[in-house]
Design a protein around this ligand. Structure first.
Ligand code: AMP
Ligand code: GLY
Length: 422
C-alpha cells in the first residue's frame, strides 16, 4: 500500500518512521515533509493546509491510506473531502474536529454531557467580557475560541489582567478571527497530564501515557511553547487514574460526539488537570500531540497501520496495542528566540554522529536543506528521542545524542523527563 502523511513536523517524521516499519506499506509520501522524512519517504511539495491539492495528489498516486498530522487540515475538512472520493483517511471529520477547532463548542459539549471541566462563560463582545472580569481578584484563564497554534490561552493573575487579555484577543485581534468569541474559565490547579486514544467513534483504545513539557525553560519557567520535550510512560498516570479518565472523560466524550451526529474517528487527545476534585479537561485535541508522539511511537510495539485501518473501518474492538517495556524520552532542540521570533538558516552539526547511537532517533521538525547542508528552518528544530531500560537511562541516552548536535544559538531544556522521577 502507498501511504500519504500530511504535515512536516517532528510528529510527522515519527509517524513516517513507524509506518515505514509496517509490512503492509510499500511506499510513503509526506506532504510537505522535512529533510528527516525525506530519508524514509518521498516528500511532496504541498503545504498541509492545501486540502484540494492534497486530494488531487492522493487520487493521482493511488494512495491507500492518508494519515493527517496537524489540526488545520482536519478543521478544513480534509477527511470529508477524501472520504467523498472513496479514499481511506485517518482522522476526524471537520464536524468532529470542532472538538479542537472551537473551544466554545468543546466546553458546551462537556457541559451538556457532564464531562468534568472548569467552570466557564462564553463571550461574543469585549464589553460584556470585561464587565464580567472587572474587580475579580482570583486567577482567570482567557481563551480564544478558534485555532491559535497553541498560543490562544492566557493565564491571568486577576480581573485586571484578564481585561487586558480580552483586549488582546478580541480587540487587537492577536489571533485574528479565532478571537471573535472567547471562553473565560476558572483557573485549575494541579499536575497536568495528557491521555491519547485511538477511536473508531465507538471503541476507545488508550495509548500508553506520555507527558509533555510546555514551558520554554528548565523548572517549567518561561513562556509556553508547542512542547520542549516529552517522556513515556508517565508514572503519575497510574492504571487507576487511566481507568477513571477513560470512564469519566474519554468514553463519554466519544459517545457524546456520536449522539451529536459528529462521529469522532482518529486520535482523541485529552489535556487534563489533576485537581484535588479529580481530573478535569483543559482541552481536547483531535490529533497526535507533538512532541508526545515521538516517544510514544518509539515505544509502540504493534504495527500502527492496522490500528489506523481499524479506526476507519469501525473495527477497533478487535484490536489491542502492545508497548515495549522500555521508557522513551524526547528532547526538543529549538532555535534561539523560540517561542518568540527566532533565527533560521543555521548549519546543524553532528546529526550523523547522534543518529548512529543505538536506540536513538533524531526526528526532524524545523529543518531544511540549503546548499547540501541541513540548516535550521523553524522554532522547534529537532526532537532527539531515545529508548532506555528506565526513564533515567532514556534521559541519559537522549542527552548523549543531544550533546553531539550543535548549531549557533541552539536552545534546549536540560531537565526533560526529570519529573517522571519526582
Ligand atoms: P489549552 O490549549 O486549553 O490546553 O491551554 C494551554 C495551557 O494553558 C494548558 O496546557 C495549561 O497549562 C494552561 N491552562 C489552560 N486552561 C487552564 C485552566 N483552566 N487552568 C489552569 N491552566 C490552564
Ligand atoms: N504537545 C501539545 C500538542 O501537541 O498540542
Amino acid at each position: 500500500m502507498q501511504v500519504l502523511i500530511v504535515g512536516g513536523g517532528g510528529r510527522e517524521h515519527a509517524l513516517a518512521w513507524k509506518i515505514a516499519q509496517s509490512p503492509k506499506v510499500k511506499k510513503i509520501f509526506c506532504a510537505p515533509g522535512n529533510p528527516g522524512t525525506a530519508e524514509i519517504a518521498e516528500n511532496v511539495d504541498i503545504p498541509a493546509d492545501q486540502v484540494d491539492r492534497l486530494l488531487e495528489f492522493a487520487l493521482e498516486n493511488k494512495i491507500g491510506l492518508t494519515v493527517v498530522g496537524p489540526e488545520q487540515p482536519l478543521v478544513l475538512g480534509i477527511v470529508d473531502k477524501f472520504k467523498a472520493k472513496n479514499l481511506r483517511v485517518f482522522g476526524p471529520s471537520a464536524q468532529a474536529a470542532q472538538l479542537e477547532g472551537s473551544k466554545v463548542f468543546c466546553k458546551d459539549l462537556m457541559k451538556k454531557y457532564g464531562i468534568p471541566t472548569g467552570d466557564y462563560r462564553v463571550f461574543e463582545s469585549p464589553e460584556s467580557a470585561k464587565d464580567y472580569v472587572t474587580g475579580r481578584q482570583e486567577k482567570l484563564v482567557v481563551k480564544a475560541d478558534g485555532l491559535a497554534a497553541g498560543k490562544g490561552v492566557l493565564i491571568c493573575d486577576n480581573g485586571q489582567e484578564a481585561a487586558q487579555g480580552i483586549q488582546t484577543i478580541m480587540q487587537d485581534k492577536a489571533f485574528g478571527e479565532a478571537g471573535d468569541r472567547i471562553v473565560v474559565e476558572e483557573f485549575l490547579e494541579g499536575q497536568e497530564v495528557s491521555l491519547l486514544a485511538f477511536t473508531d467513534g465507538k471503541t476507545v483504545l488508550p495509548l500508553d501515557s506520555a507527558q509533555d513539557h510546555k514551558a520554554a525553560l528548565d523548572g517549567d519557567l518561561g513562556p509556553n511553547t508547542g512542547g520542549m520535550g516529552a517522556y513515556s510512560p508517565a508514572p503519575i498516570f497510574t492504571e487507576g487514574l487511566k481507568q477513571e479518565v477513560m470512564a469519566t472523560i474519554m468514553q463519554p466524550t466519544v459517545e457524546a460526539m456520536r449522539m451529536e451526529g459528529r462521529l469522532f474517528q482518529g486520535i482523541l487527545y485529552a489535556g487534563l488537570m489533576l485537581t484535588a476534585g479529580g481530573p478535569r479537561v483543559l482541552e481536547f485535541n483531535a490529533r497526535f500531540g507533538d512532541p508526545e508522539t515521538q516517544p510514544l511511537l518509539m515505544r509502540l510495539q504493534s504495527d500502527i497501520v492496522p490500528l489506523f485501518e481499524a479506526c476507519i473501518d469501525g473495527t477497533l474492538n478487535q484490536c489491542q496495542v502492545d508497548w515495549k517495556p522500555q521508557s522513551a524520552v524526547c528532547v526538543v532542540m529549538a532555535a534561539k528566540g523560540y517561542p518568540g521570533a527566532y533565527e533560521k538558516g543555521k548549519a546543524i552539526h553532528g546529526l550523523q554522529e547522534a543518529g548512529q547511537l543505538s536506540d536513538v532517533e533524531v526526528f526532524h521538525a524545523g529543518t531544511k536543506i540549503s546548499d547540501g547542508e541541513v540548516v535550521t528552518n523553524g522554532g522547534r528544530v529537532l526532537g532527539v528521542t531515545a529508548l532506555g531500560n528506565d526513564t533515567a537511562m532514556a534521559i541519559a541516552k537522549s542527552y548523549e545524542a543531544v550533546n553531539q548536535i550543535s548549531w549557533d544559538g541552539v536552545h534546549f531544556r536540560k531537565d526533560i523527563g526529570r519529573k517522571a522521577g519526582e
